[in-house]
Write a protein that binds this ligand. Structure first.
Ligand SMILES: Nc1ncnc2c1ncn2[C@@H]1O[C@H](COP(=O)(O)OP(=O)(O)OP(=O)(O)O)[C@@H](O)[C@H]1O
Length: 253
């Protein structure tokens, strides 16, 4: 067999991690109809390509629809023609959905919280309208580990965005099929595919904690090249007996 080019190696690595995440966390089942949130960023563009390809050759059978949510009160330019052409070029139907929110109605909540809450609500609405049982988001392994570190540092909680979240109340499951894919590989894939960069001009955007955690993760990997794998494994290896238990809680045991 001939030698694989760097490009082929990259795509093979991404696909292997993508498939491993799907199988390991049971993300796709026979008959699923999956709504993909297509923001226009590199991660969801890659997610749509990988899912669209799998939907043609994958057993169990499943289908895919893409949606881009437009928040009309935010001056955020998305190239709709590009997104539609991209999705349809992959054989995936594309939906554009408009919504908005009024930041003055609840000034206890930040505009970023209200925006993502309303975007989430819009995704559920479109998923129901399209008869989808799952919503796929483009978060990758780095996003999930950064959120783990942020939740521990700022919320005092050992939690993150899980690869699979069943929301019984809404009869909907959120999936993150890129959960084992590394961001550095997606950056390379975006360059290889020539994804068009979306113009971001959200007046509120300043996710500084996330970029700080990106640095923390990088620093941890400098100390131990296996750090990301250890951090990931720690979520499946919670040794409850070796964690602090408060007095009242001890009595309940
Ligand atoms: N406007 C949108 N319409 C549809 N889905 C969205 C939208 N914005 C975000 N999403 C979904 O939520 C995920 C996480 O959103 P986030 O804002 O962190 O991503 P991003 O930086 O805009 O882009 P990406 O993750 O696609 O590179 C995206 O990967 C995508 O699946």
């Amino acid at each position: 067999m001939g030698k694989l080019t760097e490009e082929a190696k990259l795509m093979r690595r991404i696909e292997q991690r993508f498939m491993k995440g799907i199988v390991q966390y049971g993300l796709i089942e026979e008959g699923d109809k999956i709504l993909v949130g297509l923001s226009g960023g590199k991660d969801s563009l890659a997610l749509l390509e990988l899912l669209a390809r799998r939907s043609r050759i994958y057993k169990p059978r499943f289908s895919v629809v893409a949606v881009h949510v437009v928040m009309t009160n935010i001056a955020y330019e998305s190239d709709m023609d590009y997104l539609r052409t991209y999705a349809e070029g992959l054989g995936v139907p594309f939906v554009r959905y408009e919504t908005s929110f009024d930041p003055s109605t609840d000034n206890r909540k930040s505009p970023c919280f209200l925006c993502s809450w309303n975007r989430r609500k819009a995704l559920f609405t479109v998923a129901k309208e399209q008869g989808c049982n799952k919503i796929a988001l483009g978060h990758h392994m780095d996003d999930i580990l950064e959120t783990l570190l942020m939740n521990m540092t700022f919320q005092g909680a050992f939690s993150t965005m899980p690869p699979r979240l069943v929301m019984r109340k809404f009869d909907m499951t959120i999936i993150r099929p890129m959960c084992l894919v590394h961001e550095s590989d997606l950056v390379e894939m975006a360059a290889l595919r020539g994804y068009r960069k979306q113009i971001k001009n959200c007046p509120y955007e300043k996710d500084s904690h996330r970029s700080e955690m990106k640095d923390v993760l990088k620093r941890l990997e400098e100390m131990n090249p296996e750090a990301r794998f250890s951090l990931w494994s720690s979520m499946n290896n919670v040794q409850a007996d070796l964690l602090p238990v408060e007095v009242g809680e001890q009595e309940k045991e």
